[in-house]
Design a protein around this ligand. Structure first.
Ligand SMILES: [Zn+2]
Length: 203
């Protein structure tokens, strides 16, 4: 029997599982919700539920979407021959905010847990290989973060596409090691994309 009644304990435990939320913050948030007006708390629960119920991975790029196919893949104005590989939807959103990328994406999948992430990335890389083998892809750009996890993802993709006969490039080396694409300004991101480096792969 803990210091808090069971439903509250359960909420504290659930909030404590979130990234960046320590035990004290989890308690503070739980008490906030306990004291909040019921509609506020119910809306939060409904929003969480909607994210899990209504979104699923796009069958092509794996980005979360409520539609059968995501808006970007379904857009005939986007260049389907140019695929930008990103780790999560957060980097995808950063490139979309930048607004100067006209191709499509492949989302490798989150870092929620290492094992989960690896499984998801393996499925995404397999999907990417299929897309490339369709023969309509001219170039795969690796837009992974310049950090340990991103470099690992980058190497996996390069290894998988080595014999695929497609041009493989990566973002320009101007990005500082450990930088997070999500927080880079549009001009820096645009420059990194425009001045991308070839990693080979062409036949
Ligand atoms: Zn898509």
């Amino acid at each position: 029997m803990g210091a808090f009644p069971e439903p509250l304990r359960r909420l504290i435990d659930a909030l404590g599982q979130l990234p960046g939320v320590g035990p004290q913050t989890a308690e503070r948030l739980a008490f906030h919700l306990l004291q909040a007006d019921k509609p506020e708390a119910v809306e939060l629960a409904a929003a969480i539920n909607a994210v899990k119920e209504k979104l699923h991975p796009c069958p092509s790029c794996f980005a979360a979407t409520p539609e059968p196919c995501c808006e970007i893949c379904a857009d005939s104005a986007r260049d389907q021959g140019l695929i930008l590989v990103v780790e999560t939807e957060r980097e995808l959103a950063a490139f979309e905010r930048m607004g100067r990328f006209g191709g499509v994406y492949q989302v490798l999948g989150g870092r929620a847990s290492a094992a989960e992430g690896r499984r998801y990335a393996a499925a995404a890389i397999e999907r990417l290989k299929q897309r490339v083998s369709s023969g309509q892809v001219r170039e795969v750009i690796l837009g992974t973060n310049p950090d340990k996890h991103g470099d690992l993802a980058l190497r996996s993709v390069v290894a998988a596409l080595q014999d695929a006969g497609v041009r493989i490039t990566r973002l320009a080396r101007g990005l500082p090691q450990g930088a997070n694409i999500e927080y880079l300004g549009a001009p820096i991101l645009d420059e990194a994309l425009q001045e991308r480096r070839s990693l080979g792969g062409e036949n």
